[in-house]
Design a protein around this ligand. Structure first.
Ligand SMILES: [Zn+2]
Length: 203
């Protein structure tokens, strides 16, 4: 591993580097991204340790029974007081590709990928028209990100922060593996109304 060389190089550049980071974490961003090894949050956004709080899972899903994700969200919103939550998918996502096959990936992966199949079903009319498989997958990547933004907005964690502190804004992005560029596909500012069925009025 390159850890020792990296630590020495950081210290040479900035003798206070680790002292500062060890005592302070004040990121303004929560990143919910794909576990894919090619999509590291800090690297592709040109940010440093300390700047982004990160959660990653297969196909960047926001599932309302996922205690891991909800704990990260709660901590980021209520304790770190992040101003922005980013859901970042990526074109060529293996999770998305797997979800539109009829392959049985066995119990656990089937459960996870089912959530993406649900996104497809919500947008079946548009997606069924697309003949090219790569274009189809890429469009589903975008729609999946949009759906995860809705899923964030449906949580009482986000709604309470919106009501009391007018933050965080929600950003849906897609990263291009082929060009390294991030494309914003869906934005939701703090306080945006969603389907009233999901809005809590006694927060
Ligand atoms: Zn992926």
């Amino acid at each position: 591993m390159e850890n020792k060389a990296w630590a020495a190089e950081k210290l040479a550049d900035d003798p206070q580097y680790f002292d500062r980071l060890a005592h302070l974490q004040t990121p303004e961003f929560l990143w919910i991204g794909c576990s894919d090894s090619r999509v590291p949050a800090n690297e592709i956004t040109g940010t440093q340790p300390g700047e982004i709080f990160v959660h990653r899972n297969v196909a960047n899903l926001v599932i309302n029974t996922d205690v891991n994700l909800l704990s990260v969200l709660d901590y980021a919103v209520n304790h770190l007081k992040v101003k922005h939550v980013i859901v970042c998918g990526h074109y060529g996502c293996g999770g998305i590709k797997a979800a539109i096959t009829k392959t049985d990936f066995k119990a656990v992966l089937n459960m996870w990928l089912r959530n993406i199949k649900d996104v497809y079903r919500l947008h079946r009319e548009e997606l069924d028209e697309i003949r090219d498989e790569e274009i189809l997958c890429d469009r589903l990547v975008e729609l999946n990100v949009q759906e995860q933004i809705f899923n964030l907005a449906k949580t009482s964690i986000i709604q309470r922060a919106w009501k009391n502190e007018q933050r965080p804004d929600l950003h849906g992005w897609v990263y291009g593996l082929k060009d390294g560029l991030i494309k914003p596909v869906y934005e939701m500012n703090a306080g945006t109304h969603i389907d009233e069925l999901y809005e809590y009025d006694n927060l």
